[in-house]
Design a protein around this ligand. Structure first.
Ligand SMILES: O=c1[nH]c(=O)n([C@H]2C[C@H](O)[C@@H](COP(=O)(O)O)O2)cc1CO
Length: 144
């Protein structure tokens, strides 16, 4: 199972510790292609200085193409995550979005409104529910 994890980078790194925990749990279900999203050494500047933006974009779209499932933490708004989700929908990928309403934010209608009850799911959660939500999601996937 190849898993593409999306989380904010240039949109802000406030949740990087949580991304790190999500990536750690995701590894129980498959290979996480975008492990770097949860690494605190990647700052708000992103990998751009090392790789260049075109290389990042092309690598990530290739990874997205190869992924079996996309998991996105969407609480911290990020243009890149929104773009990845749009591309993933066009590729008909299975998508799980995780949103914490305790943040006080209201999720974009273009994400919440994309929920279709099958391929595109949006789950409201608190940090202590994250592990259980991932377990339920991946066990439902393996039963299908
Ligand atoms: O350096 C990077 N590396 C990288 O893989 N990304 C991808 C993965 C993340 O899910 C998403 C974050 O987008 P943004 O930087 O606009 O918040 O884009 C984004 C950047 C910087 O934009």
């Amino acid at each position: 199972m190849l898993i593409y994890f999306c989380g904010s980078i240039r949109g802000g790194r406030d949740d990087v510790r949580l991304y790190e925990r999500i990536v750690k749990h995701l590894k129980a279900f498959g290979r996480v292609l975008t492990e770097h999203v949860g690494e605190s050494r990647i700052t708000e500047k992103g990998e751009g200085a090392v790789l260049g933006d075109k290389a990042i974009h092309d690598r990530d779209v290739d990874w997205l193409n190869s992924a079996d499932v996309v998991v996105a933490e969407v609480t911290q708004p990020s243009l890149g995550v929104g773009y990845e989700l749009g591309r993933a929908v066009a590729m008909q990928k299975k998508i799980l979005c995780l949103f914490r309403s305790s943040s006080g934010r209201v999720l974009s209608a273009m994400v919440r409104g994309a929920e279709d009850g099958s391929l595109f799911l949006v789950k409201e959660y608190t940090e202590d529910q994250m592990e259980g939500i991932l377990k339920d999601y991946f066990s439902a996937l393996s039963n299908n």
